[in-house]
Design a binder for this molecule. Structure first.
Ligand SMILES: Nc1nc2c(ncn2[C@@H]2O[C@H](COP(=O)(O)OP(=O)(O)OP(=O)(O)O)[C@@H](O)[C@H]2O)c(=O)[nH]1
Length: 352
């Protein structure tokens, strides 16, 4: 499938939801409407109409009450509950994606709840195995003008790239307030960033000026980031005015190409693993069923020398041989879900 999925990730208040709204309007205006998923269970109002909304299947407040959780724990648990439905959701998305230009996904502002949770990984893996998937990391440009904050933000983006292994676009948002030129310059010209760091250090009145240790750390970090920047696409947008949406879509196209050439092999490995896990699960259920029905297990594991009595017997043997080749060790086929996921599965009350 070639319709790309764009997953919007960004710190709280960076403008993900507004960006999604603007992108949605832009795509409608150019007559290529997207399909939209909201994965933020705690959001109150969404200024666009999502096609699939996590809030329709998981009641966030009920999750908080039932599990006695705080806001972040409840977001993670809500995502876990939603992940139990991923096969159904993906089936619908794959079906609908055929008739839309893009699949857009909004995520919670608590980045770690999504990127670092088991359910976030399951959702992203499932998505990337079905269609080219690109991360749009939304940055609040006016809040990133100091070199130290800028570097922290870029390190966060780097950790997302490292964790998801998906192509990443840095989206400098709110450029109607502050032009992102300073940021793009820092990313392309190492010396200008060093100069900004030095100016910060020389300014005695600036509380962000660091100690000798901090300065040397920031210098080393900026060298590491220089390598990270080479693999990125950077765009400046204003989710408020709509500026930069065309550039963003062009960047998505470039990243889709990169996904197909660089990331597909890794994704294919994940698909194969998932198929093996499914097959192992099927086989486990079959073995259990046969045991429950009192069918002699010897018959299913008879030696190759035994003569097949019927055609179906012969086919069974073939299947079993293939299975044995693939799953000599049952442990290889253990489920990909964490225990939280299993626990969440037990709870029907929080899910409507
Ligand atoms: N000036 C300006 N304000 C923006 C822009 N994009 C978003 N905002 C404002 O920034 C604030 C946060 O925007 P949201 O879209 O709710 O941010 P979010 O990242 O979805 O927030 P969470 O859902 O809490 O993580 C709102 O007041 C928006 O109006 C922009 O491009 N320019």
């Amino acid at each position: 499938m070639t319709t790309p999925a764009v997953v919007c990730i960004g710190m709280a208040g960076s403008g993900k939801t507004t960006f999604m709204q603007q992108l949605n309007s832009h795509l409608h205006a150019i007559d290529s409407p997207p399909y939209i998923l909201n994965l933020d269970p705690a959001v109150l109002n969404i200024p666009y109409a999502p096609n699939i909304d996590i809030r329709d299947s998981v009641n966030y407040k009920e999750v908080m009450k039932q599990y006695n959780l705080g806001p972040n724990g409840a977001i993670i648990t809500a995502l876990n509950l939603f992940a139990t439905k991923i096969d159904q959701v993906l089936g619908i998305v794959e079906q609908r994606a055929k008739s839309v230009s893009h699949v857009l996904i909004d995520t919670p502002g608590q980045i770690e709840c999504f990127v670092w949770s088991a359910s976030g990984a399951i959702l992203l893996d499932a998505l990337a195995s079905a269609m080219p998937t690109v991360i749009a990391y939304i940055v609040d440009t006016p809040r990133t003008t100091s070199p130290a904050t800028f570097m922290s933000n870029m390190l966060y983006a780097c950790s997302i790239l490292y964790k998801t292994k998906l192509p990443l676009i840095i989206v400098f948002n709110k450029t109607d307030v502050v032009d992102a030129h300073f940021a793009t310059e820092w990313m392309t010209d190492f010396e200008s960033f060093q100069a900004a760091l030095k100016a910060l250090d020389d300014d005695e009145n600036n509380p962000e000026g660091g100690s000798g240790y901090m300065n040397s750390l920031m210098n080393s970090m900026s060298l590491v980031l220089d390598e990270f920047y080479r693999h990125l696409d950077v765009v400046s947008v204003s989710a408020y005015t709509g500026a930069g949406m065309k550039n963003f879509l062009e960047a998505v196209d470039r990243k889709v190409e990169e996904f197909n050439t660089d990331y597909k092999a890794e994704m294919d490995r994940i698909i194969t693993k998932r198929q093996q896990e499914k097959e192992a699960e099927r086989q486990r259920s079959l073995t259990k069923l046969m045991k429950d029905m009192g069918i002699d297990s010897q018959r299913t594991t008879k030696s190759k020398d035994d003569q097949a009595q019927t055609i179906s017997d012969a086919e069974d043997e073939e299947d079993e041989d293939q299975f044995a080749d693939q799953f000599g060790n049952d442990e290889d086929a253990e489920g990909i879900l964490d225990p939280d996921y299993e626990d969440a599965n037990d709870s029907e009350d929080a899910m409507s």
